[in-house]
Design a protein around this ligand. Structure first.
Ligand code: CO
Length: 291
């Protein structure tokens, strides 16, 4: 697998995403509206010359992933919320994906769970090597989470990333024994463990506010064609679509994938940590580290 041609763009997108993740973490204070946190993250990305590669995910407590605020969302964060700030940026399809979990208000009630996810992502990163089995990464993640007395979420995974493709075909499971794949030098992958004090799996909850074009919808409706040329096959949300265009999009539903919010099956709390890494000659180079 060759390195991406435009590796500098990937590095830059990852640098911007890391900064945006920190903006999200700092904005997530008690009383803040989730929509304001999402918009702070996305404005940071745009003001640095990139585009969000997916809507900012601000999943809370038992929500593991795929919650992004709707255009009319008024809900506010409260102290003690366990908030996953999962952000993505891209430059011409060179995609970054990174996440951190914060306890809103800065308390330490969920510190062990946060630490389990944070240690697991580092253990996974340390297990990356060229031509190395994905299963070694999965084992490292799983045992780091078990050491803290929690369960990995077995049906959420990390993933390889390619230009304009956030989930490009290789999954990086958070439990062992699931993957026969090996990683190759030059690949870009997101490693993203989820730790929980619940059942260790997610179920699909309500349909959320995240959409993706499955395919080119064609030129039939120029408004929809315009949206496809803007978002391509990357996830997007109604907040990014001008109000007059929203009905057009709903009519084009057959071309769209709509993502449900993922909720912990046993009602457990969920913490997540994620970095985008490059498989280098000696192991992982973390591209979304803050300096
Ligand atoms: Co990801």
């Amino acid at each position: 697998m060759p390195y991406p041609e435009d590796l500098d763009r990937w590095r830059e997108a990852c640098h911007i995403a890391a900064g945006a993740r920190e903006v999200g973490a700092r904005s997530a204070v008690p009383g803040a509206r989730r929509i304001d946190v999402a918009e702070a993250v996305e404005s940071y990305i745009r003001s640095h010359g990139a585009e969000p590669s997916f809507p900012t995910n601000l999943s809370r407590n038992v929500e593991a992933a795929h919650y992004t605020p709707s255009p009319d969302d008024t809900e506010r964060l409260v102290a003690g919320d366990l908030l996953k700030v999962d952000v993505g940026a891209h430059l011409d399809g060179a995609i970054a994906d990174t996440a951190v979990t914060v306890e809103v208000g800065g308390g330490r009630d969920h510190e062990r769970l946060r630490k389990a996810a944070a240690d697991a992502v580092e253990a996974g990163i340390a297990a990356v090597r060229p031509e190395g089995p994905v299963d070694e990464i999965s084992r490292a993640i799983e045992s780091a989470i078990h050491r803290h007395g929690f369960k990995p979420v077995a049906n959420l995974t990390g993933h390889s990333i390619e230009r304009y493709l956030l989930h490009a075909g290789i999954s990086i499971p958070n439990v062992h024994g699931m993957s026969p794949e090996v990683l190759h030098e030059g690949q870009v992958v997101a490693i993203e463990p989820f730790a929980t004090n619940g059942a260790g799996a997610i179920v699909e909850g309500a349909f959320g506010n995240i959409f993706r074009f499955r395919r080119d919808p064609g030129a039939g409706d120029p408004a929809v064609a315009g949206l496809f040329s803007r978002f391509r096959t990357l996830p997007f949300t109604l907040r990014w679509v001008a109000p007059p265009l929203r009905p057009h999009l709903l009519k084009a539903r057959r071309h769209l994938q709509v993502y449900p919010v993922f909720v912990e099956r046993g009602g457990g709390l969920v913490a997540q940590a994620e970095h985008t890494v490059l498989v280098g000659p000696r192991g992982a180079e973390v591209l979304t580290r803050t300096a």
